[in-house]
Design a protein around this ligand. Structure first.
Ligand code: C5P
Length: 226
């Protein structure tokens, strides 16, 4: 692992992980990457060209053509793109092609907070801290429903719930980089927490680790004192 701090924030759709990760990054002075946007941007390109999101060749072409300015959460929101993204994300070659980019981003000093599904398990198995953020499916559906309304959409609650269920299934059952908590991740269940309480809980988990790390980095000077 480089000197950079990497905080992995994984979890299912609409668990609040991206909002939390973004706030953590701002508080800790680190960069922020919502890796779901990478898969969404590839999916959007495919949908716009009338391609099947499971078409490996077309998906790899879309990855190669991807530009950072395409990672716009407002443009990429919505369950149609989310669902297509989860099909794109099941293609091993696409995941492989997106790995170096994510790793470069995280390793650039002083480091980053990355939100996704496989940050703690695959992208940064040696991350400084790993959080797995989750919430009940009903609560996640309520959050996604409200988010879509805020963005001016008119969703139906039952459809949002069904789509999340289907996406959870696809993300957890795929053979490559399935959605799951890394064995050394701390699970943060935010079902009963609002965004502020989730942020406070995450800081309580992360800050001792960062303090210990900073002390460890200083200890060579202080420990050599026979
Ligand atoms: O997090 P978000 O809902 O934007 O992600 C869209 C889809 O991208 C997810 O359903 C998942 O299939 C995929 N994804 C992934 N690995 C990541 C981030 C997202 O497989 N690190």
């Amino acid at each position: 692992m480089s000197e950079s701090i990497v905080i992995a924030v994984d979890g299912p759709a609409a668990s609040g992980k991206s909002t939390l990760a973004k706030r953590l990054a701002a508080a800790l002075g680190l960069a922020f990457l919502d890796t779901g946007l990478l898969y969404r941007a590839v999916a959007r390109r495919l949908l716009e060209r009338g391609c099947d999101p499971s078409d490996e060749r077309a998906a790899l072409e879309a990855v190669a053509a991807l530009k950072p300015e395409e990672l716009d959460p407002d443009v990429l929101a919505g369950e149609r793109i989310g669902e297509a993204a989860s099909k794109v994300a099941a293609i091993a070659a696409v995941r492989e092609a997106l790995l170096p980019w994510q790793r470069r981003f995280g390793r650039t000093p002083p480091g980053a907070v990355l939100a996704g599904r496989d940050i703690g398990t695959v992208v940064f198995p040696d991350a400084t801290v790993k959080l797995f953020v989750t919430a009940s499916i009903e609560e996640r559906a309520r959050r996604r429903f409200r988010e879509l309304q805020r963005r001016g959409r008119r969703p139906m609650f039952e459809s949002v719930l069904d789509e999340l269920r289907e996406r959870d299934r696809r993300d957890s059952e795929r053979p490559i980089a399935p959605l799951r908590a890394a064995p050394d991740a701390v699970v943060l269940d935010t079902t009963a927490l609002d965004a502020d309480a989730a942020f406070a809980a995450a800081r309580r988990l992360i800050e001792p680790v960062l303090r210990e790390r900073a002390q460890g980095a200083r200890s060579p000077e202080t420990s050599c004192n026979p």
